[in-house]
Design a binder for this molecule. Structure first.
Ligand SMILES: *[C@@H]1O[C@H](CO)[C@@H](O)[C@H](O)[C@H]1NC(C)=O
Ligand SMILES: *[C@@H]1O[C@H](CO)[C@@H](O)[C@H](O)[C@H]1NC(C)=O
Ligand SMILES: *[C@@H]1O[C@H](CO)[C@@H](O)[C@H](O)[C@H]1NC(C)=O
Ligand SMILES: *[C@@H]1O[C@H](CO)[C@@H](O)[C@H](O)[C@H]1NC(C)=O
Ligand SMILES: *[C@@H]1O[C@H](CO)[C@@H](O)[C@H](O)[C@H]1NC(C)=O
Ligand SMILES: *[C@@H]1O[C@H](CO)[C@@H](O)[C@H](O)[C@H]1NC(C)=O
Ligand SMILES: *[C@@H]1O[C@H](CO)[C@@H](O)[C@H](O)[C@H]1NC(C)=O
Ligand SMILES: *[C@@H]1O[C@H](CO)[C@@H](O)[C@H](O)[C@H]1NC(C)=O
Length: 714
């Protein structure tokens, strides 16, 4: 599908060309709201709003929050300078290159431009590694600039790139910035910028203050010149002279710059830069701070950048295989639209993670824990109801991450410091302070999180085959299951995961979750009486209509309120885990209802609000494809609405999971509501997850998996 469309846009281009019309830029597979550029962890998260792409030479990248980052690329072609990217202020003697095309895959964003007798591609690559924790935790992304001569020309080329201390979260005039330059091993030239006078573990507008921005490159049959100095002076000196004097004295407005002289280039030449933000310690976890897992391999900052460049080839090979695998499996599961949605979600999911080892003993690589920031909504650490929507991605391509994210939570709960019977909402109010809530004060979602944590534990067991792990915390899971037995069917007035829409008593969705979680707990621990209780809940909700309207056309939002409804995303968990807590007719009923309540631009969360959630829409799309339901029309409606939200050209936030389904006052159908760059877009893998876990390790034809019934803990 994507390939066909690409071909189509090429033909369109040639057609216009033959009519002597300026060839329009092409976007494959679509022009998204925002392109991931360097999206690797919560503090290395650079994006380019899609509406700036057409004028790429003057486009300015942004941190996910929207603060502008200085990051430019300029090239000289036979002595004439062209801005390629990130040069909003005019530089004398410089021209703008001509933007041709943009493309994204799961791990790459690639732009193509023409400048004089050369064609350039800027390939922004953020590795996603499923099993290599060093690679995944390395706080670096890459920019690969490739050049070729046009039509057999062999122009003489120089490629320049710079950045500044905006990457350290420092924007004022009076900020203190310490810089360093080193010619390190493998001829790697490394610049670093470190903020002075800032506090450990502190943020300013979500940017970390306790680390160092790093930019490095090494020769690739090229000669490198480094420079540091006033931005306008350094850029114009490169543009006009191809040289980089610089005054090597950091002042406000200075940049660090690296340029490559490639000589004459005919067929293909590329140079690679690594850009990073390195924290001394990643996460403040209880009394034992955690460092990036990569530090077990290279703890010095300069060596880390050297290592990132040395790892490029292998990381790129892994990334390209992942890109192709995800695109083909997603297309098979839900068509080209679905592939476009899923591919744009991958970096955003893994880019919210830190993978860590204990700071006090970096060699303890068996003690690995992952942390996730609840980006944008409130910054909480390892929020259980954020891990839940992320989980389909992990189930499909990296099940061990479910355990790595739950482990720090379970270890904390196991200390007994959390004083409630029900499980916790998150491990800390604001990233990176994963210090728990010993005072018992955290956002309260008792039924939601007890249900989630049990379902996640069982999902991990099913996907990984590791039946030992949950048994380490058997008494905690038992406590949460017993809590659901008592409180799950008729939940008191409380929040669900959709806290923005407010609390509800007797929320049907929570009772559905409790039913499924109890069944999961029974299967996971070999105690069939818990499964029986879960099925009794389900019977009450569906057969006895406690959770449906009287005519059984849909599940309600609030029990006994027939006119209320909500998206039944929890049913997906029953389908995914093959638990059969609810009968197939229940999935079919709810699926069928969506087409009656879908608003102009998409299905709302529930009958109270005019906005919808892309993650839950995909959970519903997957439920529509449950065995015995197979409602492709509803699947395509749900996937198509998310796709239209992305492809309309009317939105610019890093993939938001929340947009308006209808126009109501200042709310406009199809437009972004709130939330940017959240990892919950991992929920977009729900439809693919029906094909089974570990799809990265299977051939396309495989995918069957069975419910696991071995007893684990007790
Ligand atoms: C892109 O959209 C934003 C709003 O999200 C707007 O402020 C900005 O002016 C637009 N930029 C261009 C180049 O259209
Ligand atoms: C984390 O805690 C430290 C105190 O230990 C504080 O200085 C810092 O501001 C906190 N960080 C955030 C992001 O809240
Ligand atoms: C170019 O180089 C010459 C000689 O080094 C210098 O005088 C001049 O200022 C440079 N021009 C720019 C724009 O940097
Ligand atoms: C960069 O150049 C090298 C050496 O010519 C080549 O092997 C590699 O495929 C190129 N990489 C890209 C991304 O074009
Ligand atoms: C919840 O539902 C139960 C059973 O129908 C009912 O007894 C209880 O009053 C309801 N609670 C609220 C707050 O409406
Ligand atoms: C299931 O059986 C065990 C063992 O008899 C008992 O302790 C537990 O309370 C029962 N739970 C339910 C939900 O029936
Ligand atoms: C429409 O807007 C009104 C006024 O802001 C608000 O009260 C109402 O809840 C909105 N309707 C929906 C479905 O969100
Ligand atoms: C794909 O999404 C677009 C909206 O971007 C929609 O118009 C189209 O109908 C969808 N295609 C399918 C097959 O659902």
């Amino acid at each position: 599908m994507a390939l066909l469309r690409r071909l189509f846009s090429t033909i369109l281009c040639l057609y216009f060309f033959s009519l002597q019309v300026q060839c329009q830029p092409s976007f494959a597979p679509i022009l998204p709201p925002s392109y991931p550029l360097a999206v690797k962890n919560p503090y290395l998260s650079a994006w380019l709003p899609g509406n700036q792409t057409a004028d790429l030479p003057s486009a300015v990248p942004q941190f996910w929050t929207g603060q502008e980052l200085t990051w430019s690329v300029i090239a000289r072609v036979d002595g004439q300078a062209y801005s390629l990217f990130g040069v909003p202020e005019p530089v004398s003697g410089i021209k703008s290159a001509s933007f041709k095309s943009a493309e994204y895959t799961s791990t790459h964003t690639t732009f193509t431009l023409e400048a004089g007798a050369a064609i350039f591609t800027l390939d922004f690559f953020s590795p996603v590694s499923l099993n290599d924790y060093v690679r995944q935790s390395m706080p670096f992304s890459y920019l690969i600039v490739s050049a070729s001569g046009l039509d057999g020309a062999a122009p003489s080329l120089q490629v320049y790139s710079d950045m500044d201390n905006s990457w350290t979260g420092q924007f004022g005039e009076n900020v203190q910035t310490n810089w360093n330059y080193a010619l390190s091993s493998a001829s790697t030239q490394v610049f670093t910028l470190t903020s002075g006078g800032t506090a450990m573990f502190s943020e300013v507008e979500d940017m970390a203050q306790w680390g160092t921005a790093v930019y490095c490159t090494k020769p690739s049959t090229s000669t490198i010149s480094p420079s540091l100095g006033d931005m306008a002076t350094v850029r114009s000196s490169f543009a006009n002279n191809g040289s980089l004097p610089g005054d090597w004295d950091w002042k406000p407005g200075s940049v660090i710059a690296l340029s490559h002289d490639l000589g004459a280039v005919s067929t293909h030449h590329n140079v690679t830069f690594a850009v990073g933000y390195v924290r001394q310690v990643d996460v403040n976890y209880m009394s034992t701070p955690r460092a990036g897992y990569w530090k077990s391999a290279a703890s010095d900052i300069n060596m880390a950048c050297v290592r990132a460049l040395l790892d490029f080839k292998a990381a790129d090979a892994e990334g390209r295989a992942l890109d192709a695998g995800i695109a083909s499996r997603a297309t098979a599961a839900g068509g080209g639209n679905y592939s476009d949605v899923v591919s744009l979600s991958v970096r955003q999911v893994f880019g919210a993670f830190d993978v860590t080892v204990p700071e006090e003993d970096l060699s303890k690589t068996e003690d690995v824990m992952a942390f996730v920031k609840e980006i944008s909504s409130n910054g909480n650490v390892n929020t259980i109801d954020v891990i839940m929507p992320i989980s389909p991605t992990l189930f499909v391509i990296a099940p061990e991450y479910i355990r790595l994210l739950l482990e720090p939570v379970m270890q904390y709960l196991d200390t007994g410091a959390w004083p409630h019977q029900y499980t916790i909402h998150d491990l800390g109010t604001h990233y990176p302070n994963a210090t728990g809530h010993n005072d018992g004060v955290a956002e309260e979602m008792p039924v939601e999180e007890c249900g989630n944590i049990i379902v996640l534990a069982y999902m991990y067991q099913l996907a990984s085959g590791n039946i030992e792990w949950a048994s380490n915390y058997a008494s905690l899971f038992r406590q949460y299951a017993d809590y659901l037995v008592l409180n799950g069917l008729y939940p008191t007035l409380q929040l669900s995961s959709d806290d923005g829409a407010g609390p509800v008593a007797n929320r049907t969705g929570l009772a559905i979750k409790a039913a499924i979680a109890l069944n999961a707990y029974g299967v996971m621990t070999g105690q069939s009486n818990y499964s029986d209780t879960g099925r009794q809940f389900a019977d009450e909700l569906y057969e006895q209509t406690a959770g449906t309207d009287a005519d059984r056309t849909h599940f309600t939002l609030t029990q006994r309120d027939d006119n209320s409804w909500g998206i039944g995303y929890n049913l997906f968990l029953d389908v995914l885990l093959k638990l059969d807590t609810f009968p197939t007719e229940a999935y079919a009923m709810q699926t069928n209802y969506y087409q009656h309540v879908r608003a102009e631009a998409g299905l709302a969360l529930d009958s109270r609000v005019d906005w919808g959630k892309t993650d839950w829409m995909n959970f519903a799309a997957a439920t529509a494809m449950a065995e015995g339901v197979g409602n492709e029309g509803v699947r395509d409606m749900l996937v198509g609405d998310v796709h239209a939200f992305l492809a309309s050209g009317q939105n610019t936030a890093p993939f938001s999971d929340n947009f308006f389904g209808e126009t109501n006052g200042s709310d406009v159908a199809g437009i972004y509501n709130i939330y940017r760059a959240r990892p919950v877009v991992g929920g977009h893998f729900a439809l693919m997850a029906l094909g089974g876990p570990n799809q990265n390790q299977l051939q396309a034809s495989d995918g069957g998996y069975e419910k696991r019934s071995e007893g684990g803990g007790s």
